[in-house]
Design a protein around this ligand. Structure first.
Ligand SMILES: [Zn+2]
Length: 413
């Protein structure tokens, strides 16, 4: 089986190349907005939909007009890709509408704003760029119109190159190389065990084997504090001024730093767990609903708004959803699977005798059964419950069990 993998590297462009990147990203943003405006106008005049093909043809005309001649500076493919992105955004929107989502949730394509939207462009065709290794840690990538750009080769590229995306993150430019890799992991499957995992706010992840994995929350909180200082400062600046844009960039640099820390953590842990376990049980948490704003509407105001928003931040900070997504595709690579079970009472139930009582959980940390006196770390106890629930479900086909990989349910029956 072939899988898609992305390798991301920091580019070291010259000053001239850096300026080119900025302008190309600007051209792509312009084209996206131009395409969106045209589609909106077409729709309002009730002429129906503009397709990607017709817009790509118009793009050629656009580049010939004296006032938009400057678009020719960017490679043609990255501009076409920008229109393709718009086309995809429309398709996503219609799929969501079809699935019954309305309003904001459906996400109608929006105009990209300078300083707010991400500066990026993609080369969709691997014949357009060439990667050349220079040393163990350095390489160059040859791009159309600007030649070779240096990059830090933090790890080797595997597989066959498919496309590449250049994106600005703060002051730096990064390149993501998308490759098709032959997956031979399933061949290396050894004796692997089953495991249940509890996701919490104090302890990020606790397994039914009693292992605790902790996100570096202290580090994240320090960055969050610095971020809020910068944000307050930026509010006083004139919107879209040079100084304001600079502020926005610093803020988003901190955001990225936080998400890098979190992603790094989740990548490491999910790889470790997926490699060593063939069968992983998680709680089926509705994270979107759990972290929903508590303020409610005017007619129906929420209660405990402050406490709830603090909890929301904690839930989102932990990145539960990221973890579950990574774990799903990695266990697929390694030939294992993830199973979801009903989260009800997992933290109140005694994993020893099965007695359920709110009072069983003495504190955040401590679980002590009122019935049999069994004592354990509270999250560890919950992880065991999650595991047994998933395990039992697999034997007798519980209705509360949902499978990630539908095809595998047949092997269970
Ligand atoms: Zn008990």
């Amino acid at each position: 089986m072939k899988i898609s993998k992305t390798f991301k590297y920091r580019l070291i462009p010259s000053q001239d190349q850096d300026a080119h990147f900025s302008r190309w990203a600007g051209c792509c943003r312009f084209i996206y907005n131009w395409g969106l405006a045209a589609r909106k106008a077409e729709w309002e005049q009730k002429n129906g939909h503009l397709s990607y093909v017709s817009q790509a043809a118009q793009l050629k005309e656009l580049k010939r007009l004296p006032e938009t001649e400057w678009l020719s500076e960017a490679p043609a493919q990255v501009l076409q890709q920008s229109l393709m992105n718009l086309d995809q955004a429309y398709k996503n929107f219609f799929t969501k509408i079809k699935n019954g989502q309305v309003g904001k949730a459906a996400g109608f394509p929006r105009f990209k704003k300078k300083g707010k939207s991400v500066d990026a462009f993609r080369f969709p065709d691997p014949s357009q760029f060439q990667l050349k290794k220079v040393s163990d840690t350095k390489a160059v990538i040859k791009l159309p119109k600007i030649g070779e750009v240096k990059l830090y080769l933090s790890r080797d590229v595997e597989g066959e190159l498919r496309n590449c995306t250049v994106v600005r993150e703060g002051k730096n430019w990064f390149i993501s190389l998308n490759c098709e890799v032959e997956n031979d992991y399933s061949a290396s499957v050894q004796e692997r065990t089953e495991i249940g995992i509890d996701r919490g706010i104090v302890n990020t992840l606790v397994t039914s084997e009693g292992k605790i994995y902790q996100l570096p929350i202290g580090k994240i909180k320090t960055i969050e504090q610095r971020r809020s200082v910068l944000q307050k400062r930026n509010c006083k600046k004139i919107k879209f001024s040079k100084n304001w844009i600079k502020g926005i960039r610093s803020i988003s640099a901190l955001d990225r730093k936080i998400s890098r820390i979190r992603l790094d953590f989740h990548h490491k842990i999910s790889t470790e767990i997926a490699k060593n376990h063939s069968y992983i049980v998680l709680e089926d948490l509705n994270i979107k609903n759990m972290s929903k704003s508590a303020s409610g509407t005017i007619e129906n105001p929420g209660t405990n708004v402050n406490a709830k928003s603090g909890l929301n931040r904690s839930i989102l900070r932990q990145g539960w959803y990221t973890f579950q997504t990574l774990l799903e595709y990695k266990s697929h690579w390694y030939g294992g699977y993830v199973k979801y079970v009903d989260p009800q009472n997992t933290s109140r139930k005694c994993s020893h005798c099965g007695h359920i009582e709110k009072g069983n959980r003495l504190t955040q940390e401590k679980f002590c059964c009122k019935n049999c006196g069994f004592e354990l770390h509270a999250d560890y106890n919950a992880a065991i419950n999650i595991f047994t629930r998933g395990h039992r479900g697999s034997a007798c086909g519980d209705a509360d069990v949902s499978w990630v990989d539908e095809a595998r349910t047949t092997s269970c029956a």
